[in-house]
Design a protein around this ligand. Structure first.
Ligand SMILES: [Mn+2]
Length: 396
């Protein structure tokens, strides 16, 4: 117990010359304070307009017992996890207003190698905890992509792990329903950023978005081409295995979801499986490639220019397979390939694409079980999503 004398002398010390530091951490430099005419006066010396006057008596001010106003918002590591602390909305009824929807696609039963991308949406959300509305880009201080438009988290679409045919249809129906909401800014259909999920989820996302916008030009950032002919990649096992994470762009083309020309793979470096034939099929699907080693020849600026020239004013869908990054920067993915972009190069490239007419986007193939404890891949994917919001917000 504090003796009465001690307490009295403590309170009596609330005079000019003592700061909150002295009261909370003990007198730190009493000698200096006494002679310090020229030095800055300590703050917290007892005036009513002092923002730190709560501390003046040396006791922390505790709110009334029934006050709860400070309990639901707090540190970035607290609270139920949504993407970047965005509001969570039920978007399936079609009666909401928002500009951009984050939608999770927890699905990984169409992969050829490592699985785990079903945990991608929750992994990316967890990696996004240090992001929040009300923060401005260091590279563009005018820009706060999480507040410059109404961005919401619509949660995950339930996708069954037992039958890919049903699961992919569930995602299609979910995104179709979400596109029936209205954009807060102009009452047009909102735009979706899908968090995957293995890359097959892009098939359902493009299906839904092309119903609204017509065929889209796909900018496909990936180390693989993903237009493989189904017979070349897994499709000879059974009929429904034909649609998988390496063939979905072949089918997107076949179904007319893509423009005939102008589609691009960027960052390609994985080997082809059939001499000449993979590339012939790729060309038939309307794609051209920018190889990963062009990062060393023409650089990020050269690649950006090629993309902008090619995409022009087309309606663009951006699909980012996180394996476009080097495994050093994104180990948590299904089919990692050495020799890719650094995270910095890739974010610079994405941010340079402002002005494209982006009608939908995704970041996929994030597999948290193969990520590190430091969440390298999830952090990268979160930043990719943030850049995608910005591109959508800057679309004409
Ligand atoms: Mn892919």
């Amino acid at each position: 117990m504090v003796s009465r004398t001690l307490l009295t002398s403590y309170l009596a010390a609330t005079v000019a010359g003592y700061s909150f530091l002295d009261f909370n951490f003990g007198p730190l430099s009493l000698q200096d304070n006494k002679k310090g005419e020229e030095r800055q006066q300590p703050i917290g010396a007892g005036s009513d307009d002092d923002p730190l006057s709560d501390f003046n008596h040396g006791f922390t001010k505790i709110p009334p017992k029934d006050f709860t106003g400070d309990l639901s918002e707090g540190p970035l590591f607290a609270g139920i996890v949504s993407f970047a602390h965005l509001p969570v909305l039920n978007c399936l009824n079609g009666d909401q207003k928002f500009d951009i929807a984050v939608v999770g696609a927890p699905f990984d039963t169409a992969v050829s190698y490592r699985n785990g991308a079903r945990f991608g949406p929750s992994g990316i959300r967890d990696g996004s905890r240090r992001m929040a509305p009300g923060t401005y880009s260091a590279f563009d201080p005018e820009s706060d992509p999480l507040s410059d438009a109404v961005v919401v988290d619509c949660g995950d679409i339930a996708m069954t792990p037992f039958d890919n045919r049903i699961a992919l249809d569930q995602l299609y129906r979910g995104e179709r329903a979400i596109l029936k909401n209205k954009a807060a800014s102009d009452n047009k259909p909102p735009r979706i950023v899908t968090l995957g999920g293995d890359h097959t989820v892009t098939f359902s996302a493009i299906r839904a978005v092309s119903e609204v916008h017509g065929p889209v030009t796909v900018l496909h950032f990936d180390s693989h081409i993903d237009t493989w002919h189904p017979v070349a990649l897994g499709g000879n096992v059974s009929s429904y295995s034909q649609l998988n994470h390496g063939t979905f762009l072949h089918y997107a083309h076949e179904k007319g979801f893509l423009t005939e020309h102008g589609n691009m793979h960027i960052g390609v470096r994985a080997p082809y499986v059939r001499k000449h034939k993979d590339l012939e099929n790729d060309k038939k699907c309307g794609f051209e490639s920018i190889l990963a080693r062009e990062i060393d020849t023409i650089g990020v600026e050269g690649i950006s220019k090629k993309i902008m020239d090619q995409a022009g004013t087309n309606k663009v869908y951006i699909s980012v397979d996180i394996d476009v990054l080097d495994p050093a920067y994104a180990p948590g993915t299904g089919t990692a390939e050495a020799g890719g972009f650094t995270t910095r190069e890739f974010l610079t490239l994405l941010d340079s694409l402002k002005g494209l007419n982006v009608v939908g986007a995704d970041v996929v193939e994030v597999s948290p079980p193969y990520d590190t404890n430091a969440q390298i891949t999830a952090l990268a994917a979160s930043e990719v999503a943030n850049s995608l919001f910005s591109l959508i917000e800057n679309a004409p």
